[in-house]
Design a protein around this ligand. Structure first.
Ligand code: GRF
Length: 202
């Protein structure tokens, strides 16, 4: 299965997908896209010889537009689009072109601590301030609203003794690096079903 990974920054989830032993035989990252002209994740793509594109809603120097992506993805036979730390909202038309083919990882247990503006350390700060005792990571299908599509899988960790948002972020990131490859593996093996508006992993 050919996949496209969308990134905006560090790219540690991209790295985790690239280094997953389970995914080695199941899929290949054929393209990396970012809303930035340059970011650390692009350097990772470069190291692994993966073509990368900067993507924008409107025409700008050095960027392709979202309208151009379907033909690029068709040529590369992309079957799954993975948002791994991609900060921009995906345009509605683009989502309509790839129904149930776009997934996102969020660093908290949705439906709490998600939505517009809830990204990066802001999520962990909100979790810390709430005094929640558990946090985790969520992989979900992408719809037109931030962090709202059907939940595919989650992993949780106790944060009862955490002393800072940074500590929570570290614990959750470890979960993310295992959860995202495991969901991609299930999708690659067609071990996923949607029944009565719920997602089941088989
Ligand atoms: C991750 O915590 C991801 O869940 C969130 O943004 C962060 C990206 O980290 N959406 P990285 O770029 O994969 O290191």
């Amino acid at each position: 299965m050919n996949i496209a990974v969308f990134v905006s920054g560090r790219g540690s989830n991209l790295h985790a997908i690239l280094n997953s032993a389970e995914l080695e035989a199941l899929c290949r990252i054929s393209v990396v896209c970012s809303d930035k002209l340059d970011c650390h994740a692009f350097q990772i793509a470069h190291q692994y010889n993966i073509p990368f594109f900067s993507v924008s809603e409107s025409k700008k120097n050095g960027f392709v537009t979202f309208q151009m992506l379907p033909s690029i993805f068709a040529e590369k036979q992309i079957e799954l689009i993975v948002l791994a730390g991609f900060l921009k909202l995906i345009p509605k038309d683009f989502i309509g072109t790839f129904p149930f083919k776009i997934i996102n990882i969020h660093p908290a247990l949705l439906p709490s601590f998600g939505g517009k503006g809830m990204y990066g350390n802001r999520v962990h700060e909100a979790v810390f301030k709430s005094s929640a005792k558990v946090s985790g990571a969520t992989v979900h299908f992408v719809n037109e609203n931030y962090d709202e599509g059907l939940i595919i899988d989650q992993a949780a960790v106790s944060i009862a003794d955490a002393n800072s948002a940074e500590e929570i972020a570290q614990r959750v990131l470890i979960l993310e690096h295992a959860l995202l490859p495991s969901v991609i593996a299930k999708i690659a093996q067609r071990k996923i079903e949607i029944k009565n508006n719920r997602v089941y992993l088989i």
